[in-house]
Design a protein around this ligand. Structure first.
Ligand code: ZN
Ligand code: ZN
Length: 251
């Protein structure tokens, strides 16, 4: 009955070995699928800036063995891998897999406040991270994809080598029309945002390794197909944040 569909358990933020995740797309599908609980997941590997400092340091540290972002040249193969696994996931587990990417800006110095990590869901073409956040959001709209402002409240702790990703939140007056959904919870963190109710939100795992399966997730009430899920994310009426646990809170 319309309006009384069962809630779908969703995770819209997952990294694989196409960027800095530990598992391949097939392994991710099996990990989520075998729980028998998930309805929708999105593969959202990083697209990095050409000058990304963290990726450069990481490649040096791992002697080039690990990749940290999907490159433009690989993008068609990346989408094809997801498409193939999506067909299997639907048949084997009844689970919908959406192709996405996290367009990632990491500036460690000076321009630290200018970082944004933006997920594009149902992306069809590569989007460069080397352009202003507004242009990234406009390109997502142009593709008919859906944008998520990732961990928009993460601010750098003093003296720690990490990045702030609060650019979109700090510029929400200018940019919120272009942001479809805000990530109100990411992995173990629930952001305390006073004006949360004024924005559409989701909760995601930011999955990089198997233990990240147990983290914040989203429940959506709609039919299990991408057009309806997209509509439900945008309207954000029947939505809930839920903590998916490993049997016990003490685990
Ligand atoms: Zn991120
Ligand atoms: Zn991420």
């Amino acid at each position: 009955m319309p309006g009384y569909e069962p809630f779908l358990l969703c995770d819209f933020h997952i990294h694989t070995r196409w960027s800095d995740g530990q598992l391949g797309v097939a392994e991710v599908v099996d990990l989520y699928g075998k729980t028998g609980k998930f309805d929708v997941i999105a593969i959202t590997d990083h697209i990095l800036m050409d000058s990304d400092w963290l990726a450069r340091a990481g490649r040096l540290a791992t002697l080039g063995r690990r990749r940290f972002g999907v490159r433009k040249d690989d993008f068609a193969a990346y989408l094809a891998d997801i498409k193939q696994e999506a067909a299997r996931a639907l048949e084997q587990y009844g689970m919908l897999v959406v192709a996405g990417a996290e367009v990632t800006q990491n500036c460690l110095r000076g321009k630290g406040k200018k970082n944004s990590h933006i997920i594009a869901l149902d992306i069809t073409q590569y989007i460069s991270a080397d352009q202003p956040a507004r242009s990234i959001l406009q390109e997502i709209r142009r593709q008919g994809a859906l944008s998520i402002a990732c961990h928009p409240h993460h601010r750098r702790a003093p003296r720690r080598l990490e990045i702030s990703t609060c650019y979109l939140w700090d510029h929400r007056d200018d940019l919120s029309d272009l942001v479809d959904v805000w990530e109100a919870a990411n992995r173990d963190d629930l952001f305390s945002v006073t004006s949360l109710k004024h924005f559409p939100y989701v909760a995601n795992s930011d999955f990089h390794k198997a233990k990240h399966l147990y983290s914040w997730k989203t429940l959506l009430r709609c039919e299990k197909n991408w057009p309806e899920i997209k509509k439900a994310l945008r309207s954000n009426v029947d939505v809930a944040l839920t903590l998916f646990r490993n049997g016990s809170w003490a685990a």
